[in-house]
Design a binder for this molecule. Structure first.
Ligand SMILES: [Zn+2]
Ligand SMILES: [Zn+2]
Length: 75
């Protein structure tokens, strides 16, 4: 079964519709938004290159180069 992740907080859901129906405290739109990349063993910040083992741990940390001040996963 496929897993879908929010690109802002790393929340996991079994369908895109259930993911995007829920609120997200880290998202500019206040809703989870789909991470469109594939599932990886390591996620890289697209602004600074920091690597973490999950989207949630990546997006929890601050990024000086990001417009949102948080790391964002590259696709
Ligand atoms: Zn989210
Ligand atoms: Zn970063």
């Amino acid at each position: 079964m496929a897993n879908f992740y929010c690109k802002w907080c790393g929340s996991k859901s079994s369908s895109v519709s259930s993911l995007t129906a829920n609120g997200c405290s880290k998202s500019p739109s206040k809703k989870h938004e789909l991470y469109e990349g594939s599932e990886k063993s390591e996620y890289t910040c697209k602004f600074c290159g920091t690597k973490k083992s999950s989207i949630s741990s990546l997006t929890t940390n601050s990024c000086f180069k990001s417009p949102t001040k948080k790391h964002q996963p590259a696709l």
